[in-house]
Unconditional design. Structure first.
Length: 155
């Protein structure tokens, strides 16, 4: 066993030496994926737009021109103008401010639901892995049933 393990490490060391001496480029799955992603201009543009939208939602208190809950009845259903770039709603609230603040709630709700789902999945998987046998089979069949139901019906 020890001889096999040493053989593996010797092969790895030899590979690293070959890479360093012969100018070979070492690559990994993630490195290759990131390199391909950087070459795709449309993907990089979309990533920049998503990052910009996330930053706008995070910094909404600094970017929003008005309080999203302030009601100005003199500007009810106003169209886009210099003071209100996206216009106002039926209560005179600035739509741009409401969109920026709404992005914060959407992002927090998304992170919360993904985190809660991950915790529930880890608990169920841990129980199934620890007990095994019929408990594992029962939990996995229950998960199969839930996976078979379309997500739109559950929400």
């Amino acid at each position: 066993m020890a001889k096999k393990l040493l053989g593996f490490f010797n092969k790895q060391k030899q590979f690293e030496q070959d890479v360093m001496e012969n100018g070979m480029q070492y690559s990994s799955f993630y490195g290759d994926s990131l390199r391909r992603l950087k070459k795709n201009k449309m993907a990089m543009f979309c990533a920049c737009v998503l990052i910009l939208l996330a930053l706008m939602a995070i910094f909404a208190p600094l970017l929003a021109p008005y309080d999203p809950t302030y009601q100005d009845y003199s500007a009810v259903l106003g169209g886009p103008c210099k003071a209100h770039p996206f216009g106002t709603d039926e209560f005179g609230r600035d739509i741009l401010s409401r969109i920026l603040y709404g992005g914060r709630y959407s992002m927090s709700l998304g992170f919360l639901s993904v985190g809660l789902g991950a915790i529930v999945a880890m608990v169920i998987g841990s129980i199934a892995g620890y007990f095994g046998g019929w408990v594992d089979n029962l939990l996995m069949r229950m998960m199969d049933v839930l996976s078979a139901i379309p997500g739109m019906l559950l929400s």
